[in-house]
Design a protein. Structure first.
Length: 134
């Protein structure tokens, strides 16, 4: 097993020690990060979408004390959408509570999108046939 230290040094731990002495990772925080991905149509105003999502998460979740605590990143040009990921913390370490928070975030973001005419596209396939084929 290899562990990379913050100063970029590598520490090698023999596998035998790891197998004989399991390592438990106890978190020092009572929070969990919620990660949610989605996408918006190519015609969207990306700055508006970012600000809308940041505001929606900030208003909905008590653990988020400022918009700066919410991480919003566009991740790719997808087949039918420009995809993004939003990350924020909640006051719980329960996996079930993380899923509930994701559900609440999905509902809140979808509602905000509907109210502001922001579309989440679904995959579309366009077929182009040469002229004179039919």
């Amino acid at each position: 097993m290899t562990i990379k230290q913050p100063d970029n040094n590598l520490v090698y731990i023999p596998n035998k020690l790891v197998l004989e002495n399991p390592i438990k990772n106890f978190s020092t925080t009572a929070q969990s990060r919620v990660i949610l991905g989605s996408g918006v149509e190519y015609a969207s105003d990306l700055e508006f979408v970012r600000d809308l999502v940041l505001g929606t998460i900030f208003e909905r979740f008590a653990a988020v004390e400022s918009k700066e605590e919410v991480i919003f990143l566009y991740t790719e040009f997808g087949d039918s959408s420009i995809n993004f990921e939003v990350r924020f913390w909640i006051d719980s370490t329960s996996a079930l509570e993380v899923l509930r928070a994701r559900t609440e975030a999905i509902i809140a973001i979808k509602k905000a999108f509907d109210e502001n005419d922001v579309n989440i596209p679904f995959p579309i396939r366009t077929l182009d046939f040469p002229k004179g084929l039919f």
